[in-house]
Design a protein around this ligand. Structure first.
Ligand SMILES: [Zn+2]
Ligand SMILES: [Zn+2]
Length: 140
């Protein structure tokens, strides 16, 4: 039986910043610049992301659901740096989308094109995970 009401809506990132329950994520997002961000290596992309360690890892593992590549998470800027010049500039901008991840939130310091790419992957990963969970959870 197909799941009813599976959301096909685009991610909602334009609501302003929702309150972040996870204090570590919240303080990481507030202190960006001071705080060492993590770098997500996914396909050809290198994208700095901000959040607490746990929620950044959760974000990455959800993105991983939709890719055949295994994304890697590193704590330092990898050799070669950020390849997309727009992403490199975006790291210095004050405006970043913040994606709710369970009780936390992670900020994505990428150019708009690559933000959308990551957000889409994350959403697709969430949907896939939900379907997996709901198909396992069929007991009455
Ligand atoms: Zn967190
Ligand atoms: Zn980019």
């Amino acid at each position: 039986m197909p799941p009813v009401g599976a959301p096909e809506l685009p991610p909602e990132t334009n609501h302003g910043r929702p309150p972040v329950q996870c204090e570590e994520c919240a303080s990481a997002l507030q202190n960006q610049g001071d705080h060492s961000e993590s770098f997500l290596l996914l396909d050809h992309l290198t994208v700095p992301i901000i959040g607490c360690h746990d929620h950044v890892e959760t974000f990455v593992s959800i993105c991983e659901v939709t890719t055949t590549d295994s994304p890697e998470l590193v704590d330092f800027l990898p050799a070669g740096g950020i390849r997309c010049p727009s992403c490199r500039l975006a790291a210095y901008s004050m405006e970043h989308p913040v994606i709710p991840v369970q009780a936390g939130a992670v900020g994505i310091l990428a150019c708009s094109e690559h933000q959308v790419e990551l957000i889409n992957r994350f959403q697709a990963g969430l949907n896939t995970q939900e379907q997996l969970t709901s198909s396992l959870d069929t007991s009455p």
